[in-house]
Design a protein around this ligand. Structure first.
Ligand code: IFM
Length: 482
């Protein structure tokens, strides 16, 4: 099944069209473990998680959900759920240890086995090349603030496509470059933990360039029918008030969350207002070389959208110390903001019930993003590449995990997807985050996003009620009544 063969949904089409991709998503560092096996070398997350105070409880991805050893069981679980697709990421330091030089046959062999196991079960593999695990050696050489990192990424992309391209037809270059740039280099809550807003913007441009060079490298290696995409955590930005200052706060954050990605990738330019807002932080003219934007704006086959919660902003008030530190709405007084040039912006808690991440639940935000893209990027197929929620799940005495809040969350968000599709958004699939409980970055193992519970001591997997609910939605192709 490829995106091209899917029918475009008409306003009168059933809720989820036949051929809609039903998936789950994961990422290498969050589930694989086997950090020092098979020739893998450290990534920035191995280093960061070993740095005292950076990850809750001192957790690391050393073992994670041990997927490296248990992938066959995990694929069997996916088959039981009836998934038609699975979105996973490749660990760059497994495929190209150290980030440059020869590829590691043992690293590629792991993904060979995974892909073959998926195909045996008729599950479409969707490969993401970069979900945040930059080889440490590349960070030591300057990381994403250096242009050379983008060039190394393209080499890695080519190597992966050369090996897996005969069986993997759907590829994504980067996952959520906003997080890599702004959390990694802006406020440092993610690896590599650097805190310079100029560096965050330099990292942003080189990530965009990596996407462009990587897209070219993939196209050169892959069959013509292969699909190449980018995954963005676009934000549904709302102004809390209607004063010019509130509206300007929303413009500024929309620029840094959305337009700084969409404009270069789809229109070959950076937004003028963002360039002006941030001009005191870096020399954009020196950073962006002739030809970069043409490279970055190579045509794509789809855009992936990761959505969890909306973003509510207002003009900052005098003495306002509230800064948004997390990627999606968590406020911590006095901490450094990831957002460059956002001194005039205050982040407010959006209304709604909260997940265990303290993220407000608001499915309308997903509808807003999908219909905005319908209007702004006509002709670009959309895929919801991540959506889901963490709750404080536990196995009850009978060994079951009841997670009604997650079912309600998924129901509301799938309804939003269906509504957007009915209103003309060309949505081709939905990938639930996540298949398994996993390493939730700076939160360690304390936050459970899986529809399958993982007991990290025994590695026992227990499908939660939400897994059964999702399987039934996939089987029937319709959402049950509330
Ligand atoms: O766990 C992350 C994932 O790695 C990227 N998107 C958001 C998820 C939940 O925070």
């Amino acid at each position: 099944m490829t995106l091209d063969t899917l029918p475009s949904p008409a306003p009168s089409a059933p809720v989820f069209p036949p051929g809609f991709l039903w998936g789950t998503a994961t990422a290498a560092y969050q589930i694989e473990g086997a950090a020092a096996e098979g020739g893998r070398t450290p990534s920035i997350w191995d280093t960061f998680s070993r740095t005292p105070g950076k990850v809750r409880n001192g957790d690391t991805g050393d073992i994670a959900a041990d997927h490296y050893h248990r992938f066959r069981d995990d694929v069997a679980l996916m088959a039981d759920l009836g998934l038609s697709a699975y979105r996973f990421s490749l660990a760059w330091p497994r495929v190209v240890p150290g980030g440059s030089g020869p590829v590691n046959p043992e690293g590629l062999a792991f993904y060979d086995r995974l892909v073959d196991a998926l195909l045996e079960k008729d599950i479409t593999p969707v490969a993401t090349l970069y979900h945040w695990d930059l080889p440490q050696e590349l960070e030591d050489a300057g990381g994403w603030t250096e242009r050379a990192t983008a060039e190394r990424f393209a080499e890695y992309a080519a190597a992966a496509a050369r090996r897996l391209g005969d069986r993997v037809g759907m590829w994504t270059t980067l996952n959520e470059p906003w997080c890599s740039a702004f959390l990694g280099y802006g406020n440092g809550v993610h690896a590599p933990g650097r805190t310079d807003h100029g560096d965050a913007l330099r990292a942003h441009h080189h990530l965009m360039l990596a996407h462009g060079l990587g897209t070219a490298a993939l196209r050169a290696e892959l069959p013509a029918a292969a699909q190449v995409s980018l995954v963005l955590n676009l934000a549904a930005v709302r102004a809390a008030g209607t004063t010019p200052a509130d509206l300007d706060a929303a413009r500024r954050i929309d620029g840094l969350a959305n337009r700084i990605f969409l404009d270069p990738v789809f229109h070959g330019r950076y937004p003028e207002d963002v360039l002006a807002d941030t001009a005191h932080l870096l020399d954009w003219d020196a950073l962006v070389r002739d030809g970069d934007l043409a490279e970055i704006s190579r045509p794509l086959d789809a855009l992936g959208i990761n959505y969890y919660t909306p973003t509510l902003v207002a003009a900052a008030e005098d003495g306002d110390a509230v800064r948004r530190t997390g990627p999606r709405g968590d406020n911590h007084a006095g901490e450094l903001t990831p957002w460059p040039a956002s001194e005039g912006v205050r982040f407010l808690p959006a209304p709604g019930t909260r997940t265990a991440m303290d993220w407000p639940v608001d499915a309308d935000g997903l509808y807003e993003i999908l219909t905005r893209l319908r209007d702004e990027l006509p002709g670009t197929p959309l895929v919801v590449t991540e959506n889901g929620a963490a709750y404080d799940d536990y196995t009850d005495p009978s060994g079951e995990v009841h997670d009604p809040e997650r079912v309600a969350y998924l129901h509301a968000h799938l309804a939003a997807v269906a509504r957007a599709a009915a209103d003309g958004a060309d949505v081709r699939g939905y990938f639930l985050w996540s298949l398994l409980d996993n390493f939730e970055w700076a939160y360690g193992y304390g936050k459970r996003f899986g529809i399958v519970h993982v007991d990290f001591a025994s590695q026992r997997r227990t499908p939660k009620d939400s897994a059964r609910w999702y399987a039934e939605v996939i089987r029937s192709g319709v959402l049950p009544e509330d």
